[in-house]
Unconditional design. Structure first.
Length: 421
């Protein structure tokens, strides 16, 4: 225990106990939620650094506070590294997270009431892509496209083109939170150009896989805007980035600050800068490819176990299991069962799900965190077997206890970055 933890243990034992409990949970289980990852020790160090103390409203060279020599340095480095990594003309690294990141784009480039064409939530879209419960769903007119569950989740671009012609969106939005396929960005761009719409890709889930060269980059297809969170597959701190063409730079920057946010979290900006340096290295490219390989291995073994996968497989880092069709369990029950054996997943709605959001028909899982920790293809196949065994015996305590021991033994073979390394 370092001196800071000793101080915390003395001053607030309850919070310290929760911290120790979370460390044990992460060490003894395997994280399979596709939007979670283990960050770098250097990121943890920067998040707890003196940059936490500094106000830096504005942008490098144009701050509203003094004393920003070093904050200017780190933000400039972060912006330059982001542009180089994603082949972008401009980068804003100040968004506090994914939702305000996307909100800044809408509010900066559009007018309230404008039409946005985005993916339907139950087919894989995100809350900020127009869900009625989102404030953005109230401010803008979202028209939704869907996937074809009978054709491995493919997008029918003929139907999408007709919808675009009928609704004349100002923005065509690509992005997903539970879609286990890649996008044909060029096809989206062609439709957007036809109706005079801007193009935006929210690649929050696969930003790291794009950075590592393992998946397509929408900016290479001529997109106007790319947004991505910096945790998830990038392995950085919780934050967001907006990358865009120079033509949109002034509007985007003004929308982030002062339009939507005040002072940026400079400890997170510093951590983003070092994350981007790591993401540009050869080791990260290998990691990105391994994430995809492991996801396909996991998917194939689940199918061998008779499990029904939404879209029938995966092209990216995630899978969605139809637990209702596979095991007669709703997603909430399946999540609880897997939690009990040390495999962390999340309940997930499936396309046109007849069940309510808190007890949906599926679960979502992925491979970025397990791959970060060092698990290999054989481990992925073994986890597929453990998942199937647990969900077939949700009430058999002796079976679940044995599976939990197996998971714990597997997990303890691999150190947790930032805790054990």
């Amino acid at each position: 225990m370092d001196r800071y933890q000793q101080s915390l243990a003395a001053s607030d034992p309850a919070i310290h106990a929760a911290l120790m409990g979370e460390e044990d949970r992460q060490r003894d289980g395997i994280e399979m939620i596709p939007s979670e990852n283990y960050t770098y020790p250097e990121v943890l160090a920067l998040l707890g650094s003196v940059f936490t103390n500094k106000y830096a409203e504005g942008y490098p060279g144009r701050r509203y506070y003094g004393g920003n020599l070093y904050t200017d340095e780190i933000e400039t480095l972060a912006r330059e590294r982001a542009c180089a990594l994603f082949r972008a003309e401009h980068a804003n690294v100040q968004p506090l997270s994914g939702s305000p990141m996307n909100q800044a784009v809408y509010l900066g480039l559009l007018q309230p009431g404008d039409t946005i064409l985005g993916m339907d939530l139950s087919h894989g879209g995100h809350l900020t892509h127009g869900a009625p419960v989102s404030h953005m769903g109230r401010l803008f007119h979202f028209v939704r496209y869907r996937t074809d569950p009978t054709n491995k989740g493919a997008i029918d671009f003929d139907t999408l083109r007709r919808t675009a012609r009928e609704t004349r969106p100002k923005l065509v939005l690509c992005g997903y939170t539970s879609y286990p396929r890649d996008y044909d960005y060029a096809a989206f761009k062609a439709i957007a150009d036809e109706v005079g719409a801007l193009t935006m890709a929210d690649v929050s889930h696969v930003g790291g896989l794009i950075a590592g060269g393992a998946m397509r980059n929408p900016l290479d297809a001529g997109f106007d805007i790319l947004t991505t969170t910096t945790h998830k597959s990038l392995r950085g701190p919780r934050g967001g980035m907006i990358l865009c063409r120079k033509a949109h730079a002034k509007k985007i920057d003004a929308s982030v600050f002062p339009g939507l946010q005040g002072g940026p979290h400079m400890n997170a900006v510093a951590a983003i800068a070092v994350t981007l340096k790591f993401a540009a290295q050869r080791d990260f490219q290998v990691y990105a490819r391994d994430v995809l390989t492991h996801a396909r291995t996991l998917a194939a073994r689940l199918v061998e176990n008779g499990v029904t996968l939404v879209t029938g497989g995966t092209d990216n880092h995630m899978l969605v299991i139809d637990t209702w069709a596979s095991f007669g369990l709703d997603g909430a029950a399946a999540e609880t069962v897997l939690d009990s054996i040390g495999l962390t997943v999340n309940k997930q709605i499936i396309p046109d799900d007849p069940r309510p959001a808190l007890r949906p028909s599926g679960i979502r899982l992925g491979t970025p965190a397990a791959t970060t920790r060092g698990l290999n293809g054989q481990d992925m196949a073994r986890m597929a077997d453990l998942i199937a065994a647990a969900l077939r015996a949700p009430s058999e305590k002796n079976v679940l206890r044995g599976l939990a021991d197996t998971v714990r033994d597997m997990a303890r073979r691999y150190p947790v970055p930032g805790l054990d390394t």
